[in-house]
Ligand binder design. Structure first.
Ligand code: NAD
Length: 309
């Protein structure tokens, strides 16, 4: 199984490393306008393989993507301290518009996984550009709120003192300021949070929820303040999504994809297989959460209109 990554910056190189450590591919190719950087990152990651799994890691031009099952898009500018994801919009839209037709020309059977921010709008741009090149829309997905969902589950698990694998919950909507934490359907080992938290003598008060929301929604800003960029978390997300596609796992992931009901690309729990998105799975929400999701979609529709989508 071959996977390509376009953009060998912090996110692309970290994703390459995470994919190699996960052992889900046999060949990994890095492509970047800065070909020297791509070659150097490929060499560095290749040296991980004696300690992980046999993977041929190399760098090349767009033609090197031929035969890829998944192509990950991480090319673009990253968020600077204090900058919102929407501010990256114009510049990254140009990059995605220029890269996608070339990706589809060289790897017409690939699933396209977009990580470039603002990821929902870049997923929309990629979807439009790839449709013009003949790729079905279910083959285009964005990392969306997979990272926010992971943060939500990790923070709740840590607070309640339970292994995160027992925490089931979703963050939906925009990967960004308007995202929605779906508290009403969060459960721990099949029990509602409030019940479980009480049983463990840990409160789940409105104040706790406000603190957790703040930690999840503002995680990226705080990490960027502290170290200039975020990349390990999203790299793990990319490696997971790649595994789901190449192994045809039929996992439920909060990937971003086109939603006719919300008239934009946003994240909802979706069944993902070897051919990309199979369908939306749905999540039960209370009225307040549904309203917030509508508002999140409105933010994305406005962003889309601003770049002529
Ligand atoms: P970076 O600046 O380290 O790397 C970007 C790379 O893209 C550079 O190496 C650059 O040369 C390359 N590039 C630019 N234009 C290109 C083109 N046309 N073709 C090929 N390569 C091109 O940035 P980064 O920190 O790796 O971030 C990359 C993107 O990922 C940013 O948009 C960032 O906001 C986003 N990101 C997304 C998430 C998420 O959860 N989705 C998380 C973190 C970062």
């Amino acid at each position: 199984m071959k996977v390509g990554i376009v953009g060998a910056g912090l996110v692309g190189a970290s994703a390459a490393n995470a994919i190699v450590l996960r052992g889900v591919v046999t060949e990994l190719v890095l492509v970047d306008v800065n070909s020297e950087k791509a070659a150097a990152e490929a060499a560095d990651v290749a040296h991980v393989t004696p300690f992980s799994f046999p993977v041929r890691v190399w760098a090349g031009g767009m033609e090197a993507l031929a035969g890829s099952s998944v192509v990950v898009l991480t090319a673009g500018l990253s968020q600077k301290p204090g900058q919102t994801r929407i501010e990256l919009l114009q510049r990254n839209a140009e990059i995605v518009r220029s890269v996608v037709p070339e990706v589809v020309a060289h790897a017409p059977d690939a699933v396209l996984l977009v990580a470039t921010n603002p990821v929902d709008l870049m997923t929309m741009v990629a979807e439009r550009s790839s449709a013009e090149a003949g790729l079905p829309s279910e083959r285009v997905l964005g990392t969306g709120t997979m990272l926010d969902t992971a943060r939500f589950r990790q923070i709740v698990g840590a607070r309640v003192g339970v292994d995160v694998s027992h925490v089931h919950g979703y963050v939906v909507g925009e990967h960004g300021d308007s995202e929605v934490l779906v508290w009403s359907s969060l459960d721990i080992a099949g029990r509602p949070l409030a019940e479980f938290a009480r049983a463990k003598d840990r409160a789940s008060t409105p104040e706790d929820r406000r603190e957790i929301e703040d930690e999840v929604v503002n995680a990226a800003y705080r990490i960027i303040e502290g170290k200039g960029a975020t990349y390990y978390g999203v790299a793990a997300v990319i490696a997971k999504a790649v595994e789901v596609v190449v192994r045809d796992r039929r996992s439920i992931l909060t990937v971003s994809a086109w939603s006719p009901s919300y008239d934009c690309s946003l994240s909802l729990p979706r069944l993902v297989s070897g051919t990309g998105v199979v369908r939306e799975v749905g999540v039960s929400m209370d009225e307040r959460e549904r309203d917030r999701l509508e508002r999140s979609a409105a933010v994305l529709q406005e962003g889309a209109a601003s770049i002529g989508l």
